[in-house]
Design a protein around this ligand. Structure first.
Ligand SMILES: [Cu+2]
Length: 233
């Protein structure tokens, strides 16, 4: 694991790309740490299973019965306390990272609205006017266009049932809740196209609730806003 982490950046992301969004920058170490913790616990557990299985096999031919050690209070305390410590450490780091992720900056000027409907997405660009809303359908998945290198505030809502706004490569997911407005801010760091999905089972065409996240240059984004303004005026 250490060799893999130090050697190759694709391997070190353990399935996630690095530096793609401001949230990757925050979450990646948590993701790596969780895998390392899981690996350590897994190896210790494997040894604890194999060691008695190999070295403390019942010697059937001699008819020996192993020594019974139930109600061993110190052992019971140890196997209660150790998992508690593992959970507490993981909870602590998760809470720290989560607080960083949901932090809102007072200086954000870019805003995009993300409304989920059965079964697609509505992306609104208030900067281009109230009517600048792009609505997808299950047959024609919409594109969410965002500027590179700029922090954007996303307003997350739902019209009907609970949906989940998920951009796997960006390590981002937040629920769209009917009657509740969630906010999320992040910066997209690399120009490109990334698949997006709904990750809460929301009905018959849930699997078609897809979108493409398109990260464009700031000039292209301004141009896109102009196009939206012209087409919805
Ligand atoms: Cu959905």
């Amino acid at each position: 694991m250490v060799l893999a982490l130090s050697g190759c950046s694709n391997v070190s992301g353990l399935g996630f790309p690095e530096g793609v969004s401001s949230i990757n920058d925050i979450s990646l170490s948590l993701w790596q740490g969780a895998w390392i913790a899981g690996g350590v616990v897994g190896v210790i557990t494997l040894v604890l299973i194999l060691w008695p299985a190999v070295f403390h096999r019942a010697k059937a031919s001699k008819g020996e019965f192993p020594k019974q050690t139930q109600y061993n209070v110190p052992v019971e305390i140890v196997y209660t306390v150790i998992p508690f410590i593992i959970i507490a450490v993981m909870f602590y780091f998760t809470a720290v990272k989560q607080n960083e992720i949901i932090e809102e900056s007072p200086t954000v000027t870019r805003e995009i609205t993300v409304n989920a409907i059965q079964w697609s997405w509505q992306f609104g660009y208030p900067e281009a006017g109230e009517k600048a809303i792009v609505t997808g359908t299950p047959e024609k998945a919409p594109t969410l266009v965002v500027p590179v290198g700029e922090r954007v505030r996303y307003t997350i809502t739902a019209s009907d049932v609970v949906h989940g706004f998920w951009i796997p490569a960006f390590m981002i997911q937040i629920q769209n809740l009917p009657g509740v407005t969630n906010n999320l801010e992040f910066t997209a760091n690399k120009i490109g196209e990334y698949p997006g999905r709904c990750n809460i089972l929301c009905g018959r065409s849930h699997a078609q609730m897809l979108f493409t996240l398109k990260v464009v240059s700031q000039a292209d984004y301004e141009q896109y806003l102009e196009t939206l303004k012209a087409s919805t005026a």
